[in-house]
Design a protein around this ligand. Structure first.
Ligand code: G6P
Length: 608
């Protein structure tokens, strides 16, 4: 979603701001803008569309100055036009604001400000922030920001600069992340560390209710009530090359191919094969506390929710604890029952998804113990949960989640092993699972070696407008994930279904124009899925099957077969999802879609 970058230091700020915006492009946006203080004036330039449009505009007159803020906007209030792009300014054009989040009471505040004589020029909620700061400004920007924020409800991460207090950027956070990068006499403020790590790996994360003032001589952090707070400087362990394409045409393809390595990173040091269990350092729960769990609730959104479903199947089968999986957006408003003994697992790649964060806070409010499964270190969910597991997939830039999914499933497998071994899971079965987990990265490499075959199938089917994905058991969530990948990046309508459930509706759609992707590995439901395949064949549907290596029989029923190495049932999703990611990717490329920044989607959905 929206992205913020701010720079103060001795260098010309514009190239730094634009480079920062490019690093945030992956989050999804529809317009961009910059505001720079130069020679006593405030220069604001913005444009609808991609950053390249803004750059073209700036080529005409490049504002120079060593302090500025910039923004990529993902429209919520008001169309994605140039006028509605950030930064927004006050009546006199002296104060500029960029904002992530939503100001919920902006209508009331706007009305009041209009009565007081302020003139508004945009349809955005953000503009009220600029006018409120103008109202309270008496020469000290952080003072005016603090006073203005007292009147706002909703969520925000903001960065503000003012012509009449020209040596500072003021940032504030309530519900939308902000982080400050610390270099020598230079400071970068951003909504995401990706925009910072080119400059430094030393960062300070703001917490909700905090403000920061950046000047060339240092940063000062306070609460929005203006009480000083001292913050810890943390080290980010990402390298710049981790957020670059490394010769791949798209981040998504790079991340698909990174999965053998990201999986190794998730598992590293965590398997105790001979004991058939796992070692998870960050749970912050004793074995006795974990044994006392009577129920697990998993909550998440999107791809992370699909990983959660696989977690449900694994934990119930192997650790024998009842599990429910719920969309975070439903959970948070549903008055859920969380009796003592319920453990809540919150899964989020970004650790910032608004609904997931709200669900986590709701669970905590009700007294439940919450474990976060996050990728982004230092993210809000990671920091606010009682404990958890970092999945260590490395930065994921492609909007459609790929390597985070496999790492989430692997992390859930580790938790399953640990919980299982505290209970009834035998050391033999535990050890078998642990050994097999260790073998998976190499099996993923084998699948990737056959990626060209998936590309050829993708070419043949790219012109279709509907797809069905079917699987049973552990492969049902894989079917959901395969369908989600396709619709996210190729804009093809795709549905995932439990294979047998097809007869209760989707079968009506099947004719010679309907490609059906079956995940049909040799597990307990194999024969049943073959029967479902026959039902599709009988209606002349086109079948693409994901099958276990060595299964020649399936080839007699399917139009195309993509083979994956054999593994244990609960671990099948970790392999089966790969060809589906590749299929979606190649179909999207074939259709000329913007794979890494699909329309309307955002990498991290920070509004509900
Ligand atoms: C967005 C992304 C999805 C992601 C979902 C949940 O919709 O486009 O790829 O699965 O958010 O994100 P999270 O960061 O919480 O896993």
């Amino acid at each position: 979603m929206c992205g913020i970058v701010g720079y103060v230091g001795s260098q010309d700020s514009l190239p730094i701001l634009l480079e920062g915006l490019r690093r945030l492009e992956y989050r999804g946006y529809d317009s961009a803008g910059v505001a720079i203080l130069n020679g006593g004036g405030l220069s604001v330039q913005k444009a609808a569309g991609k950053i390249a449009v803004l750059e073209a505009l700036l080529d005409g007159s490049r504002p120079r100055g060593s302090l500025g803020i910039a923004h990529t906007r993902w429209a919520t209030h008001g169309e994605p036009t140039t006028v509605n792009a950030h930064p927004h300014v006050d009546c006199k054009g002296n104060i500029a604001v960029v904002h992530n989040g939503i100001i919920e009471n902006y209508v009331t505040v706007k009305k009041k400000l209009e009565q007081e004589g302020h003139r508004f020029t945009t349809d955005t909620d953000t503009e009220v922030i600029a006018h409120l700061i103008e109202k309270y400004f008496e020469g000290n920007l952080e003072r005016a920001v603090a006073l203005a924020l007292q009147h706002l409800t909703g969520t925000y991460g903001i960065a503000v600069i003012a012509r009449d207090d020209p040596s500072k950027i003021v940032g504030a956070r309530h519900g939308s992340p902000l982080v400050v990068g610390i270099c020598d006499s230079e400071y970068v403020l951003a909504s995401d560390v990706s925009a910072i790590i080119r400059h430094t790996n030393q960062v300070v994360y703001l917490d909700d209710g905090e403000m920061v003032t950046l000047t060339p001589s240092g940063i000062h952090t306070t609460t929005i009530r203006e009480e000083t707070v001292s913050k810890r400087v943390e080290t980010v362990d990402w390298e710049l090359d981790m957020i670059e394409k490394a010769g791949f045409p798209h981040f998504m393809l790079k991340e698909i191919f990174e999965q053998p390595q990201s999986l190794r990173n998730t598992l590293r040091g965590r398997l105790i094969v001979e004991e058939g269990t796992a070692r998870l350092g960050g749970l912050n729960m004793s074995p006795a506390e974990l044994r006392a769990i009577t129920r697990v609730v998993i909550t998440a959104c999107g791809t992370s929710w699909h990983a959660g479903m696989i977690g449900e199947y694994m934990i119930e089968e192997l650790a024998r604890i009842p599990v429910e999986v719920e969309y975070a957006s439903e959970f948070r408003y549903r008055n859920p029952i969380l009796e003592p003994g319920t453990l809540v697992l919150v899964i989020s790649q970004s650790g910032e998804t608004a609904d997931t964060l709200a669900a986590m806070r709701e669970a905590k409010r009700r007294g439940a113990r919450v474990l976060g499964f996050c990728n982004v270190v230092g993210s809000t969910i990671a920091r606010e949960s009682d404990g958890g597991v970092y999945i260590h997939a490395g930065p994921e830039i492609g909007v459609a989640s790929t390597k985070a999914f496999t790492s989430q499933v692997a992390a859930l497998a580790l938790l399953t092993l640990y919980l299982g071994r505290l209970g009834e899971l035998s050391s033999e079965l535990g050890a078998e699972l642990a050994r097999e987990l260790e073998l998976l990265p190499e099996k993923l490499e084998r699948i990737l070696a056959g990626a060209e075959r998936v590309k050829a199938i993708a070419r043949a089917y790219a012109h279709h407008n509907n797809f069905l994905y079917l699987g049973r058991g552990y492969n049902f969530p894989v079917a959901l994930e395969g369908a989600l990948k396709l619709k996210e990046i190729s804009y093809i309508h795709a549905e995932g279904y439990p294979a047998a459930e097809m007869k209760h509706g989707p079968i009506a759609l099947i004719d010679q124009n309907m490609p059906v992707v079956f995940i049909c590995t040799q597990d307990s439901a194999y024969e049943k899925v073959l029967s479902n395949m026959e039902e599709v064949r009988a209606r002349r549907g086109k079948i693409i099957a994901i099958a276990s290596e060595g299964d020649d029989h399936v080839a007699t029923k399917a139009d195309h077969v993509i083979y994956i190495p054999k593994t244990l049932g609960p671990l099948t999703p970790l392999l089966a999802v790969l060809p589906l990611q590749l299929l979606a990717y190649h179909i999207a490329v074939e259709r000329g879609c913007d794979v890494d920044q699909p329309r309307n989607l955002a990498k991290s959905v920070t509004v509900e």
